[in-house]
Design a protein around this ligand. Structure first.
Ligand SMILES: [Zn+2]
Length: 90
């Protein structure tokens, strides 16, 4: 049986202090994109929904998300504006 030895958390954080944050900036940009996003068809709020068929791209460090409208139920790509599913605006 292999014995696992955990690293000292202080040592881990000191190592990470010297590395570039590759995910934080992109994560914040993604969060701001969705915070300021509304449905182009009905104006309702949207929630981020993981693109399960293509969860990661080579050019990005954060997962790919679609926007799901809470009002009409449509789904669209917030970066391209392309609709993947049309909803029913009231
Ligand atoms: Zn909508």
């Amino acid at each position: 049986m292999t014995k696992i030895t955990e690293m000292d958390p202080g040592e881990v954080f000191s190592i990470l202090d010297d590395t570039d944050d590759l995910v934080g900036r992109e994560y914040e940009e993604e969060r701001k994109l969705f915070d300021n996003l509304s449905c182009p068809r009905c104006g309702s709020s949207v929630v981020a929904s993981l693109d399960a068929s293509n969860p990661f791209s080579e050019s990005r460090n954060v997962p790919n998300y679609f926007a799901d409208c809470l009002g009409c139920g449509c789904r669209f790509d917030p970066r391209t504006g392309r609709f993947l599913k049309m909803g029913n605006p009231r």
